[in-house]
Each structure stands twice: as structure tokens, then as C-alpha cells.
Design a protein. Structure first.
Lengths: 731, 212
């Protein structure tokens, strides 16, 4: 199905199942421990062996030699596979640093060997017996030092602008300029990257933990130099991803090589302390924001620049992207510069670009509002735009940022906010903060197959993944709505490379694109049903488990016949994203208390108001936003991969040193969805919320801390050491 | 519930067929594993465990954690390995009535102990009240920390009932109360990176019978 005109009325609009607060259909499996994740596939008769990875102990250089003799002789060891022995391999299309192979070391904990043994304990013990002789080289690990060497990236649209920023900025009655920084962050999903590889002849079956089945399959085929058709990849349950499982990872490659060498099925999981340096992370940024405005608050000039680093051949963290679209202003510029660093590969983490970009921009907006003397909610409303400010002939498909801000301000009792440092309850300084949320709506083609059987049950098959997002449930809702069934008559099978290729899970495009693909497949199935019954498909109604045309009504089960019927299609996207800017919007409101003696910040209240098209399931969508708000709290207050700029690695590479929020950090959270649809987006009229929910959260917290204390912190995370010097005397 | 269960069954059948192929190609079998174990007898111990009311006699490597005994030996994979060193809580199980991180304790230390895992609390169609409340309040997303969260919450409510104080208990001379603050504090060893905390507290508070 080609989607090239705005959606009109369609069966989804009935909203009998779609849009309803339906509990997850996989909920009972997950809460009883019966959902099987990658490392857990088990068959009694299969002699699994265990692979344990070995990572490079240097950040850059060459392996002169690896001595595996002791490891090979260790009890239970079946095979040892080393990177030099495997040799240089072709790299997957989506990988920047190589995953395994050759004698060059590109970053700390890059996989250099895997030990296979009968048991996990034997493999782990033997892995410690490997000794490596390196020729270490000097690397570059410090972004601030490397800033001067940063260059304009060759691709990725690094610069943009409109009007004449420099002239307008100089002429503006009120001007503002500040620099900000965001640290390297880690996905830190709960399920470590894990794979089980089973070879049968030249065919490989891989159970893994992947957000993008087809990307992984292609890149694994490239890395192993085998035909993609020979690889069967499965990932029905994924213990979190956040972008960290978008691209093929080392566990899959190591498991495949290890299983080949040991001639056994092999399980490999990345040990937790290995993950943060072996896999990808969200790169640190240094950002500069300049804003010029009239005294009435209207922005006349806005500039946002960002510096980040990555491995050679990598990409910048696109922290300026939202600034191209979020606020009006005739004169504007953005620029991204990229330094070469020899830290582990930087890549996408939940809301790449916008998450760190809004951490800076939305503090700047708060600062500028104060400088002009306008309420920060009002300042954002004044500068709303209904067109792409860089290309003013391009309207937004639908934009209700103002509604989010106003609704949130009312609901949060924003008018009670006082001057910075003015509210104190006992030892707590209390403040409120706001920030806008913004994230684009992205489209990828998405396919699905739907089967109707003689019992009247519809089964959906697609390689779409559910990383906690609720894909199983919203896909079942979509098929139920399209076929006129209740949700218990729909089965969903996901995450298998034998199924049609879907959009996958990433960039908050998964829900809208994958359900649109299921919509397209259901249209095909409806046609097949109508044709079989000799109905004129134009007037056919699918409702209450029946197919009706005129005064004829046939149960769907009967229409299926003994052989059943199948519909398969892929949704393809026209140019509506070019003619119209499609984005999602929101507003975050936060209240914090800061301990006047210790500088400890505690979040007291959080509200997100989101405008993201039709909400397919308010239960799962709300959870997406709650989780994103929680991640934003971590980003504001504690999350930072500490760089050892001498040795070139992330020091705090576990969950004790890298502090993600825990229960005690998070209060009861509230989410409001604006009631809207976006017919430009898809037949579902939906957009995404999973990343929108994170965008702006950390800045809202930073602004609340400023309101509480009068201390402005521009370098995340806002730990107590950055506050304590500016707090009032306790006594 | 239909779909993922079907999915699981189909995968299992598929794996059984792959396994059969491998066995006839002459690779190692279960017997070979047992032989390997005999040669390193000094590293092995016999352990008797009661897990979810069933008795198991295991020969385990002395280095095997209780977590790996459950997952790799008994194939009770509901208990999750998130960090393998006591930082995340995904492996929480209840041993002799108290919750522990099963990754931080060796199986050989639990001879004769009674272990309750997530599988022992309830099954699809017959959920424990906390499992049902987690489903109702959407107290999970990816589901990987969920068994640990639920085992922990079962034990937390018992700890409060037993008047065991926590860091946030104000008055040690009165009965500890089931408040959201107490539950948050006591649940803080169970990390949920999906960030379902707000819903998890709603679920636990509902089961505890008090208002959030």
C-alpha cells in the first residue's frame, strides 16, 4: 500500500479496539517469568556450550600476539576463537567500529576473543587465562580538548540556516549566549546483549536480542560472509533496547564464530561490566546557544551549535536538529562539528539528537525568558510557529505545542511558581520548571502477513519487535479493529526473520509504521474475504466477527473455509513528509526540592503533556512516556559515563557506578495526551511517543532546580557538588 | 494470551528438530557433558534444593551461583540475570522466606533451602495477586526486571508486616506502615530501566490495601 494522500475515514476510526486502554496481551507471560528472552531458549536434548567474551584492555593499538595455550588446556574448554585468527571481516552497514576480527584495536573492551566451554563457570575462568601482548597507540579521548580539531561532517546535513543570523543577533534589543555540556550516556537496558547460535550445515539460527531483525540479519550476513537467506534470526522478547540493540552487536558475531568452532550450539551474553565500553553509547556534547529577541519576547535570531566526537567514520550527535523546527525567528543558524575520538562507538540512544539538544536549548529558553522578564511558558507560546521556520512554505502537518503548554500549566498549578530561591519548606528549597518537548515523526516501510483460519482467529506475522513498547498489543488491536473482531481472536507473532520485514523498533517510528503495515495487510485480507464470498468490497462491513454486505452476513470463520485466507502487504510512504513537517510535541512540568544543607535534589512532581496524533493504546503509550520521564530524570541528576582521558575508556561501566534512577528517585508521575489525530502521518493517524517523553525532561528538571535555588547549572548531570557552593547558609 | 504462548511452542518444536540434527552429526551429547564434570570432581558438589515446592538434587560446580543453578540447571529462566553482581535486582528470589539477589550467592550455600521463584508465585491464568496487579497497572514494559520486582514486592510486604525497619522508617517504636515512601525505599534495589516505577508502586500499594 502506498500512503501518499492524507488518510480519510477508515475502519480504524471506529475505535472499538484501537485507542482503548487494553492491557498487554503478553502481560501474563512477562509477570510469570514465562516470556523467553534470547539467552533462555532451551531444549533438553540440545548440548549448549557457553561462550565468554574477552575484551581489549587498551583503547587503541594492535594485538601483537595472543597466548591462548593455558585457556585451551583449562577444564571443559571446547574452543577459543581470537580476533586475529578470524581476520579482518567486512563490517556491517550500520556499525562504525568493527565488532570482531583482525589485530587492530579501535576501542577499549572491543571483543578480541571468545572462549567456549561446557559450562559458564569454566568458560569464564578460562577467559582469564588468555594473555595478550599489545602495541598500544596514543588515542584521543577528551572531547573538550578535541573540539578545535572538530570538522564539518561530510554527510548528515550538518549546517542549516535562514535569513542573516549575525546581523539580526547584533541588532536585537535583548541577546543571550551560553554554553552547555551533556555527558556520554549509556542505554543500560536490563537484559544484557545475548545470543544463541546454532549451525546446521551452512545455515545459522540465531536467538538474539535485537530491535531491528532485518538490519541485524543483513549485517550479520556481511560480517560472517554468508548468504543472508541462510540466516534465521529470532527475537520475540527483548529486555529493553533504547537504541542499544538497533545495530548488530558483538554477542551475535561471537556466538556464530564460537558455535562454528565448537561444533555446538553456543550461548553468549555480554557480562554487565563489558557492556558500556563494548557497545554503543550516546555521545557527549558541547553546545552553544545564542538567542536575540525583541523586548516583547519575539525571537528575531536563534543559533545552536554542537560539538561531539566519534570513532573514525562515525556521525555527530545531532543535538541541533530540534532548533531548526521548534521556535519561530526569521534569522537562524545551526551547525554540528565532529571530532575524532577513540572512545567506544557513539550511536543512537533514545531520542538521539533531541534528547541532548533540548537539554541545552530548553535551559537557554528559560534563561532568555528570565532575561526578557516573561514567564517561560508564555515565552514559548509567543514563539510558536505553524511552519518550518527554515522553509516557511512547508507547514506542519499538525502542531499543538501551545495546547500542551497551556494544558500543562493549568494542570500543574504553574501560576503558583515563585521567584528563584523564594520557596522554602523546612530544609527543602522548592522550585518548578518547564520545558518543551519535540521529536520528529519518522517513516520506514513496514510489512505484515495476516492469516485467517477456520476458527475465525486472525494471526499476524511480522518481524516487528516489542522492546517493552507494547507492539504485541497494539498490533493485535489493529488487526482486531480491521477485521471486526475482539482482541482475544487475534494472535501476534513477532521478531522472526521468516516474517515480512517491518519498520522495527527505533526512533519512535515503530508503533505508527508497524500498525500501518498491519493495516495494509488487513486491507488485503478483507479483499480476499470479500472476493471469496462474492461481495462487492466497497460496501463490505467487518463487524462482530461477521462480514456483511447488504442483507447478507457471514461469520468470518466460515468465510475463511478449511484452508483459511491470507493477506500480506507492506506500507510504503509517499512524499507527505516532504510537503509537510511531521513532528510530535509536548510540555514537561517538574517540581523539585533541593536540600539546603546537602544540595541533594529530589523530584516531587512530574507531568508530561503530549501531542502525538492518535494514541493507539493509552495504557502502553502512557508507560512509554513514564519511562522516558524517568530516563530524563537520570539524565538530569545522575547519569554520566566518566571518561578516563588518559587510558581512554568509561570508568563506571556497571550499574553501581553508572547511576540510573531507582524507585526512591521517582515520584508518582502524570501524563496527559492531547486528543488529536494526524491524517498526514498514516492510515492509523498516529505518531510516536516513546522518545517525545524523554525530550525536554532533563531541562525541565534543571530549570526547576534553578527556580528552587537560584543556581544555574549548565553542565549535566546536576550533582550536588555543582549546587552546594551556591546554597544559602543553613543556620 | 494466545499469541506468545503459541510462539513459544513453535520455537521449542523448531529447536528440538535442530537438536536432533546436531546429535546425529556427531557433536557432543549430554553424556559428554557428564564426563567432563567427572574429571573435575573436586570442583563439584551435591546440593539439594526445594524450588517452588519441588525437590531437586544437583551436581553443581562450586562456582555456580544460585541464579545459574536456577537458570542453567533447572531451566527456571523466569529469574533474570541483569548484572550478575548484585547491582540490579533482576535475579531476586525468596529463600527461606527472605528475598536475596540469587547472583550473589552460590548454589552450594543453599543445601536444604526452600527457594521460591517467579514461576512458583503464579502461572498464566492463575496469577499471584501481585502479578495480577502488575498486569492491571502496567507495572512493566520490556519485562526483564519484572520477575525480580514481583518477588521483591512479595517479600517487601512481608518485611513491613514483620515490622523490619527501613531507611525511611520514622518511628522505630511503632509498627512500620505500608506507605508509598516505605515501598519505594525498600524496592530501590530493583532497577527498572524502562522506568515503570510509578506504575509498580501503584500495583504494590493496591495489593497492600492502602491508597497511594
Amino acid at each position: 500500500m502506498q500512503f501518499d494522500r492524507p488518510a480519510t475515514t477508515n475502519p480504524i476510526d471506529r475505535l472499538k479496539v484501537v485507542g482503548q486502554p487494553i492491557r498487554r496481551i503478553d502481560g501474563q507471560l512477562k509477570t510469570t517469568g514465562r516470556a523467553m528472552y534470547a539467552y533462555e531458549w532451551h531444549d533438553t536434548n540440545t548440548p549448549y556450550a557457553y561462550g565468554y567474551p574477552v575484551g581489549a584492555a587498551i583503547a587503541k593499538g594492535r594485538i601483537k600476539s595472543i597466548d591462548i595455550s593455558a585457556a585451551e588446556k583449562a577444564p571443559g574448554v571446547l574452543a577459543v576463537v581470537t580476533a586475529p585468527e578470524v581476520g579482518e571481516r567486512k563490517k556491517g552497514k550500520f556499525n562504525t567500529a568493527k565488532l570482531f576480527g583482525g589485530d587492530q584495536v579501535q576501542h577499549y573492551h572491543q571483543a578480541i576473543a571468545v572462549v567456549v566451554a561446557e559450562t559458564f563457570e569454566q568458560a569464564r575462568a578460562a577467559a582469564t587465562l588468555i594473555s595478550v601482548d599489545y602495541a598500544e597507540e596514543k588515542g584521543s579521548f577528551d572531547l573538550r580538548q578535541a573540539m578545535d580539531t572538530a570538522v564539518k561532517p561530510a554527510s548528515g546535513d550538518p549546517d542549516s540556516g535562514a535569513g542573516d543570523f549575525d546581523t539580526a543577533f547584533k541588532a536585537a534589543p535583548v541577546t543571550f549566549e551560553e554554553s552547555y555540556s551533556t555527558p556520554d550516556q549509556s542505554h543500560a537496558m536490563m537484559e544484557p546483549h545475548a545470543s544463541i547460535a546454532v549451525w546446521e550445515g551452512d545455515e545459522l539460527t540465531l536467538w538474539t536480542s535485537s530491535q531491528m531483525i532485518d538490519w541485524w540479519r543483513s549485517d550479520l550476513a556481511t560480517t560472517l560472509d554468508v548468504d543472508k537467506e541462510k540466516i534465521h534470526l529470532m527475537s520475540p522478547f527483548i529486555g529493553g533496547g533504547f537504541g542499544g540493540k538497533l545495530f548488530l552487536r558483538a554477542d551475535a558475531v561471537l556466538a556464530a564464530f564460537a558455535a562454528k568452532a565448537a561444533k555446538r550450539p553456543v550461548k553468549v551474553a555480554l557480562p554487565r561490566p563489558f557492556m558500556m565500553n563494548n557497545t554503543t553509547h550516546r555521545p557527549a556534547t558541547i553546545q552553544r546557544v545564542r538567542i536575540g529577541a525583541q523586548r516583547d519576547g519575539k525571537i528575531t535570531a536563534i543559533a545552536h551549535e554542537s560539538w561531539s566526537g566519534d570513532q573514525p567514520g562515525g556521525q555527530p550527535e545531532a543535538a541541533v536538529m530540534q532548533t531548526r523546527l521548534l521556535y519561530a525567528g526569521e534569522n537562524r543558524m545551526t551547525a554540528m562539528r565532529l571530532a575524532t575520538l577513540d572512545l567506544p562507538e557513539g550511536n543512537a540512544m533514545r531520542a538521539p539528537g533531541e534528547a541532548p539538544g533540548l537539554m541545552a536549548l530548553e535551559i537557554a529558553m528559560d534563561e532568555m525568558a528570565e532575561k526578557i522578564g516573561i514567564d517561560p511558558v508564555e515565552f514559548r507560546i509567543i514563539n510558536d510557529t505553524q511552519v518550518d521556520p527554515e522553509k516557511t512554505e512547508r507547514p506542519f502537518s499538525y502542531r499543538n505545542l501551545i495546547g500542551c503548554l497551556k494544558t500543562g500549566a493549568d494542570h500543574f498549578n504553574w501560576s503558583a511558581r515563585g521567584r528563584p530561591g523564594s520557596r522554602r519548606e523546612g530544609n527543602w528549597l522548592i522550585g518548578m520548571g518547564v520545558a518543551a518537548a519535540f521529536r520528529n515523526n519518522i517513516h520506514f516501510p513496514s510489512g505484515a502477513r495476516v492469516r485467517l483460519n477456520a476458527e475465525g482467529v486472525v494471526t499476524v506475522e511480522t518481524d516487528m519487535t516489542d522492546i517493552g513498547t507494547g507492539s504485541y498489543t497494539i498490533i493485535a488491536q489493529t488487526a482486531a479493529e480491521m477485521m471486526g473482531l475482539t482482541i482475544d481472536k487475534v494472535a501476534v507473532q513477532l521478531g522472526d526473520s521468516r516474517f515480512p520485514v517491518s519498520a522495527g523498533s527505533g526512533g519512535q517510528f515503530g508503533a505508527n509504521c508497524s500498525t500501518a503495515g498491519v493495516y495494509a495487510a488487513c486491507v488485503k485480507l478483507r479483499e480476499a474475504v470479500s472476493q471469496k464470498l462474492g461481495f462487492n468490497s466497497a460496501d463490505v462491513i467487518f463487524e462482530n466477527g461477521e462480514v456483511r454486505s447488504g442483507n447478507r452476513a457471514v461469520p468470518l470463520a466460515e468465510a475463511a473455509g478449511s484452508k483459511g485466507l491470507v493477506g500480506e502487504d507492506t506500507i510504503q510512504w509517499g512524499n507527505l513528509t516532504e510537503t509537510h513537517q511531521q513532528s510530535t510535541f509536548g510540555a514537561h512540568f517538574v517540581e523539585v526540592g533541593v536540600d539546603v544543607a546537602t544540595g541533594e535534589s529530589r523530584i516531587r512532581r512530574m507531568l508530561a503533556v503530549c501531542a502525538a496524533g492518535r494514541i493507539l493504546n493509552p495504557v502502553t503509550a502512557r508507560s512509554q512516556v513514564l519511562g522516558a520521564m524517568t530516563m530524563g530524570a537520570g539524565g538530569a541528576l545522575s547519569e554520566e559515563l566518566a571518561v578516563d582521558t588518559r587510558r581512554g575508556f568509561f570508568v563506571n561501566h556497571d550499574l553501581a557506578g553508572y547511576e540510573v534512577p531507582v524507585h526512591a528517585d521517582i515520584p508518582h508521575q502524570e501524563v496527559i495526551f492531547m486528543d488529536e489525530t494526524d491524517p498526514m502521518s498514516s492510515p492509523m493517524k498516529a505518531k510516536g511517543v516513546g522518545e517525545l517523553g524523554l525530550c525536554g525532561v532533563s531541562a525541565a528538571i534543571a530549570n526547576a532546580i534553578y527556580n528552587a535555588t537560584g543556581i544555574r547549572v549548565r553542565h549535566y548531570p546536576i550533582t550536588l557538588d555543582k549546587l552546594i557552593g551556591g546554597l544559602p547558609d543553613v543556620a | 494470551m494466545q499469541s506468545p504462548i503459541q510462539l513459544e511452542i513453535s520455537r521449542r518444536n523448531l529447536l528440538i528438530s535442530s537438536a536432533a540434527t546436531i546429535a546425529v552429526t556427531g557433536a557432543a551429547t549430554g553424556e559428554a557433558v557428564a564426563q567432563g564434570a567427572r574429571t573435575s570432581m573436586q570442583h563439584m558438589s551435591k546440593v539439594s534444593l526445594s524450588v517452588n515446592g519441588e525437590s531437586y538434587n544437583l551436581d553443581v560446580d562450586n562456582r555456580t551461583t544460585l541464579l545459574d543453578a536456577l537458570r542453567e540447571h533447572l531451566h527456571l529462566t523466569g529469574t533474570k540475570k541483569g548484572c550478575d553482581h548484585g547491582q540490579c535486582g533482576a535475579c531476586t528470589v525468596i529463600v527461606d522466606g527472605r528475598r536475596i539477589n540469587s547472583c550473589l550467592t552460590l548454589a552450594v550455600m543453599h543445601d536444604g533451602d526452600e527457594v521460591i521463584t517467579i514461576e512458583g508465585l503464579g502461572q498464566p491464568g492463575a496469577l499471584h495477586p501481585l502479578q495480577a496487579a502488575f498486569v492491571k497497572h502496567d507495572g512493566f514494559q520490556c519485562g526483564y526486571c519484572t520477575p525480580g520486582q514481583i518477588c521483591s514486592s512479595v517479600a517487601v510486604l512481608e518485611e513491613i508486616k514483620a515490622n523490619i525497619p527501613s531507611h525511611v522508617t520514622g518511628d522505630l517504636t511503632t509498627q512500620a506502615a505500608v506507605t508509598p515512601a516505605e515501598i519505594r525505599e525498600r524496592m530501590s534495589g530493583n532497577i527498572c530501566r524502562c522506568g515503570a516505577y510509578s506504575n509498580i508502586i501503584d500495583a504494590i500499594v493496591e495489593v497492600a490495601g492502602t491508597k497511594a
